[in-house]
Design a protein around this ligand. Structure first.
Ligand SMILES: [Zn+2]
Length: 351
């Protein structure tokens, strides 16, 4: 299958989710052309520093070839993909959630109420930060639950929508991740998590102009800093970011800038779930909510399908009105969520 179609070398600098080594779009798409020029700036210095820690080719091959074992996988609690899809539908119906707008504030409260209804204690962490164009109020929604073993696993997803795109629904970017995390909350409410679990719904993942210290990743930078300041960063065994995971034509393109042991754990979990063919290593790095945690020394990985397009290998639905509910499937939401749950169980047990 022509999975590689559309891949072109070069630095991806368009404001949005990513800053990978490889562009995943054709150069001719209209809606992307303006912002891409405006966003063409230097790479984030933090990302350049992190470059030395990305897995080498031998490490990557070792990850891909890792022994997954033939033991039958232990059972996981049931994850309801259809319920997650319905949650995504309801979240999209709330309307745009651009950071700093009443829509984003409503979305944060909606998420908090859903978590409470699922039996979690949840709170909204409100803070100010200054992207280009003026300081904004951001709101992370956070919840935690104690589990059987030591250590902490963080599941994260951003809920803000990209601004400046007429008729943008953000079904995959961001409702899919929100819906998956809310369903994971219900799973862990029914059956105790394998260790302490924190759920983080980030505001301000999307940048306004170009990613930088004060533009984009506001919510994840905030929580990573809090984890260090409050002293629980050292207990974090995994930060699992779920972003753009609902595409009917699912290919999870794991960015290379993930912690190698976690990448290996994700591939093992995908193998155990019988969905290994839906996961592969991306050709480049991705700038997403996992990066602030990596920079703060926590193991982190980004579960993202950055081939969200009209044909295999393309990403032409991303940040366009084509990012709509009809592109999502319950199966894809369940596949990625179950792999995340199985990865969490594995790192919690030290496997
Ligand atoms: Zn986005």
């Amino acid at each position: 299958m022509a999975r590689g179609r559309g891949l072109k070398p070069g630095l991806h600098v368009r404001c949005g989710v990513v800053l990978p080594i490889v562009r995943l779009r054709r150069s001719s798409e209209g809606p992307e052309s303006g912002p891409r020029t405006a966003a063409a700036g230097p790479r984030r210095p933090g990302l350049a520093r992190l470059g030395t820690r990305w897995p080498s080719l031998p490490a990557v091959l070792a990850t891909l070839l890792c022994g997954c074992g033939d033991r039958p996988p232990p059972p996981l609690p049931a994850f309801d993909g259809a319920a997650a899809l319905e949650t995504a539908r309801e979240f999209v119906a709330l309307g745009p959630k651009d950071s700093g707008t009443p829509g984003a504030a409503r979305a944060a409260e909606w998420i908090r109420a859903r978590l409470v209804a699922a039996g979690w204690e949840a709170s909204i962490d409100e803070f100010r930060d200054g992207p280009p164009g003026g300081e904004l109020t951001f709101r992370n929604v956070v919840a935690s639950r104690r589990g059987a073993g030591p250590g902490i696993v963080v599941f994260g997803a951003h809920y803000d929508t990209k601004s400046g795109i007429p008729d943008f629904e953000g079904a995959n970017d961001s409702a899919s991740g929100v819906a998956a995390l809310l369903e994971i909350a219900r799973v862990y409410a029914r059956s105790a998590p394998p260790c302490e679990v924190r759920l983080a719904f980030f505001d301000g993942e999307e940048c306004r102009v170009a990613y930088g210290p004060h533009d984009g990743l506001h919510g994840s930078r905030r929580l990573a800093r809090r984890a260090v300041d409050e002293g629980w960063a050292r207990d974090v065994r995994a930060v699992l970011i779920l972003d753009m995971i609902g595409d009917r034509d699912l290919t999870v393109t794991l960015p290379r800038n993930g912690t190698p042991a976690l990448l290996s754990a994700v591939f093992d979990a995908a193998h155990a779930e019988g969905v290994r063919d839906r996961f592969r290593l991306a050709p480049g790095q991705v700038l997403d909510d996992h990066v602030p945690f990596l920079e703060a020394g926590m193991p982190a990985v980004d579960l993202i399908d950055f081939e969200f397009g009209s044909a295999p290998g393309l990403n032409d639905h991303w940040h366009t009105p084509a990012d709509s509910l009809d592109k999502l499937s319950a199966d894809s939401l369940a596949i990625v969520s179950r792999v995340a749950l199985r990865t969490a169980a594995a790192v919690a047990s030290g496997r």
